[in-house]
Design a binder for this molecule. Structure first.
Ligand code: CU
Length: 180
């Protein structure tokens, strides 16, 4: 019924001489007025800007992880994010102490390889070597400083994270769980 009246109203506009047959529908005035208004050549100021609809974006998850410049440990040692999210992770390296730390998310079972590859790169490269085993990483955070990284969560699963500073990865580790 509403579709019919809508079509009739549209045809009415096309045939200018038409004498408002849609007004015979006494039920819902909004169904008859809506097509008329939208078809009228309205002044530009009356129409909302077409770019007002924001594009859909992945939700961002903010994570904070703490390390200590005098020990080799992450706090916490477990993190959880939903699949598809954008992850913003900050690592805070608290003093006192002098140990730099970083945070590297790796494919399961590749901790030793990623750490060894990073070691070969040296401190100027943050002990990080890009590879398909390395999913995300922060730069080194010197004692008393923060560093951060933003990345898209990998597919659902459990992923180790480590510090690749020389000698740290075997103790300084945790697990990021990506939920479906
Ligand atoms: Cu470390």
């Amino acid at each position: 019924m509403r579709t019919t009246s809508f079509l009739l109203a549209g045809l009415c506009l096309l045939a200018v001489a038409c004498d408002k047959p849609a007004s015979a529908n006494k039920g819902d005035p909004s169904t008859t007025t809506a097509p008329v208004v939208s078809s009228t050549a309205a002044p530009p100021s009356a129409t909302p800007p077409p770019t007002s609809a924001p594009a859909p974006e992945a939700k961002t998850v903010d994570l904070k992880i703490t390390a200590n410049a005098s020990t080799m440990a992450f706090d916490p040692t477990t993190l959880t994010v939903p699949a598809g999210s954008m992850v913003h992770l900050v690592i805070e390296n608290k003093g006192p102490g002098a140990l730099p730390h970083n945070w590297a998310l790796v494919m399961p079972g590749t901790e030793a390889k990623v750490a060894a590859d990073g070691l070969a790169k040296g401190e100027t490269e943050n002990y990080i070597s890009a590879s398909s085993d390395l999913l995300a990483n922060t730069p080194l955070a010197k004692a008393g400083t923060n560093t951060e990284v933003t990345f898209k969560a990998p597919p659902p699963g459990k992923y180790p994270y480590i510090c690749t500073f020389p000698g740290h990865y075997m103790m300084m580790k945790g697990v990021l769980t990506v939920t479906p």
